[in-house]
Design a protein around this ligand. Structure first.
Ligand code: FES
Length: 275
């Protein structure tokens, strides 16, 4: 059995590659598994989302299906190109003829792209910067997030606030999904539960956000003088510890929710009604 003591001593250059210029890492475990799996998963999700966003069809299962299910990527549907029934009534941009999913792609999408956790995931899996702890960086120069385009990662705090209305709207969509027009009025179908879980996961994702925790309970010298912020911080901290898991599950689920609505709206499957 080999141990670290058995390995040949290698030069360590401070500020350079750990293990010397010819050794990328001293790790013996399968450290490459996580960045590789992340790269595959994110590639599949991004390709699917790009297709779903620009397909601009089959995103709403309405009265003809006895349902009121809208894909989370196409809500709020407030453009002139929205299919009848999916369109919001409070504001309609009649001049907008391209896909309405652009709103969700830019705002909640921007929150995910600039998310502290996803940054770590895609810096490791795609940029190899670094691929894992104790593994040499794939690049010789490190400039952090101080230059174009990565300096835009600092917009995360604004995306956080811009994404909150989407969580409210998706919650309304989930409630509206219990409407079963022409099929008994109100009831529970698998589609309504899919949208409820999606809304809950989006709220959990927002509440576990590092910036949310900072804005609610950070920057305080004495918690004793801010009991409300302290209680909020106490609630958000355990969620924040789970931000990575929530980020993955919510990304998977929002993609699944879009696919589910799409399959119902295109007639591939029937949304089962429980009662
Ligand atoms: S949403 Fe991930 S850190 Fe804010």
């Amino acid at each position: 059995m080999s141990t670290l003591e058995d390995t040949k001593p290698v030069a360590v250059a401070l500020g350079g590659v750990r293990g010397g210029p010819d050794v990328r890492t001293l790790r013996r475990d399968s450290w490459w598994r996580f960045p590789s799996a992340t790269a595959v998963f994110l590639t599949v999700v991004v390709v699917y989302l790009a297709w779903a966003i620009f397909q601009n069809a089959y995103y709403f299962a309405g009265a003809s299906f006895h349902r009121d299910l809208i894909s989370p990527f196409y809500s709020p549907c407030i453009t002139g190109s929205c299919v009848p029934g999916a369109r919001g009534t409070f504001l309609v941009l009649h001049w907008w003829t391209i896909t309405p999913a652009i709103f969700a792609a830019v705002l909640p999408g921007g929150l995910r792209v600039t998310c502290y956790y996803y940054r770590k995931a895609y810096y490791r899996s795609f940029w190899q910067s670094p691929p894992a702890c104790g593994v040499a960086d794939g690049h010789t120069v490190y400039t952090g997030e101080t230059r174009f385009p990565l300096v835009f990662q600092n917009l995360h705090r604004y995306f956080f606030f811009l994404a909150i209305p989407f969580a409210v709207i998706l919650t309304i969509d989930a409630v509206m999904a219990f409407r079963l027009p022409g099929d008994g009025g109100i009831g529970v179908s698998l589609g309504s539960l899919v949208l409820v879980v999606n809304a809950v996961l989006l709220w959990l994702y927002l509440m576990s956000c590092h910036y949310c925790r900072h804005v609610c309970g950070g920057n305080v010298d004495k918690f004793s003088k801010h009991p409300l912020r302290y209680q909020t911080w106490r609630i958000l901290t355990p969620l924040n510890h789970r931000h990575m898991e929530i980020a993955w599950i919510s990304l998977f689920w929002v993609t699944f929710a879009d696919l589910y609505v799409r399959l119902v709206a295109s007639g591939w499957i029937t949304d089962p009604k429980f009662f």
